[in-house]
Ligand binder design. Structure first.
Ligand code: C5P
Length: 308
């Protein structure tokens, strides 16, 4: 049965651990990361069209989202159509709730959602493992957009293993005025370590134990991000944002991925609200978002119920 349209909801991510190793000949870095999907969503709607792949955008950061083939969602639709050997005719509408260029994998999330949406629209029923392979070809964070939850990523971040994680965590995100391009942050990271050999990254035992315990206090203490000094070097004002979170009792704070969004772990809902108010009032960010975690990966929103 062909559908008039398919809408897929996809979460943002925060890296609970981001340990970066050596730069590889292809320019990417070997890394070990622990992703957690958070309940901050983009929605991607796929509709039949006859003019190749077109895209429109509403919501967060619209002026900064490209509408051509550099948009990762467009590339996702093209890649899926090529793999299925069909014409890539689809219109994608992106409704953005994830900060653009914020280090929360918004563009990658849209690509994951576009894969799931086009797969359903075109009635392909592509195996999830095949979708994950196509996703890995699009970008390092795209496979996690499909999977969601909490997961360890190795290689460039595309080889995923779900992590045993108990409980719910309450996050507050401080959005920055302007984005930080991921390649620029990795380049700054390389510059800082130009004369040293990077240790082979490994997953943090403390972090894994914290996740198994479900204790937010332990998780807060175990957060780490090797890209944080590089992001702070490029955007020193982020330190003020992190300081405010600490002053108001965040259990842990970390720059999201390559930044510039800062993430704060709260004790509970009430504490998350206090932190959000304090960050807004201090004038150290463009806006704040609260989101619980973990969230599920890219999923079709069923039209009858509006449920995921
Ligand atoms: O894969 P994606 O397009 O999201 O990566 C964006 C940029 O981040 C890459 O061009 C590269 O500069 C950097 N990167 C990296 N090593 C990784 C992941 C990303 O150097 N493992």
């Amino acid at each position: 049965m062909s559908r008039a349209s398919v809408t897929v909801r996809v979460p943002a991510k925060v890296n609970l651990q981001l340990s970066v190793g050596a730069r590889r000949p292809d320019g990417y870095h070997d890394l070990v990361t622990v992703f957690q999907a958070v309940e901050l969503y983009d929605e991607v709607t796929a509709r039949p069209s006859e003019g190749g792949v077109t895209v429109s955008v509403e919501g967060e950061g619209v002026p900064f989202v490209p509408l051509d083939e550099t948009n990762l969602a467009v590339r996702a639709a093209l890649a899926l159509a090529a793999a299925a050997e069909i014409d890539p005719d689809v219109h994608l509408h992106l409704d953005k709730g994830i900060p653009v260029a914020g280090g929360m994998a918004g563009g990658s999330a849209d690509a994951a959602a576009a894969l799931v949406a086009c797969d359903a629209l075109w009635g392909l029923r592509t195996d999830r493992a095949v979708l994950a392979e196509i996703a890995a070809g699009l970008g390092a964070d795209v496979p996690f957009g499909l999977l969601g939850g909490t997961a360890v990523g190795v290689g460039t971040g595309t080889q995923l293993t779900p992590a045993l994680a108990r409980g719910r965590f309450h996050w507050v995100f401080a959005l920055a005025d302007a984005g930080l391009p991921t390649p620029a942050v990795f380049a700054e990271f390389d510059r800082r370590f130009a004369h040293s050999i990077r240790p082979v990254p490994r997953v943090s035992d403390d972090l894994m134990a914290a996740l198994r315990s479900g204790e937010a206090t332990r998780l807060g203490r175990a957060l780490s991000n090797d890209l944080q000094p590089a992001a702070l070097g490029l955007r020193p004002s982020l330190q003020f944002t992190l300081d405010v979170g600490e002053e108001y009792g965040a259990l842990g704070s970390v720059v999201c991925g390559s930044g510039p969004t800062c993430a704060f772990l709260a004790r509970d809902d009430e504490h998350a609200l206090d932190l959000a108010v304090a960050l807004s009032a201090a004038g150290v960010c463009r806006g704040v978002r609260r989101a619980d975690a973990p969230a599920h990966g890219a999923r079709v929103v069923e039209p009858e119920t509006g449920e995921r």
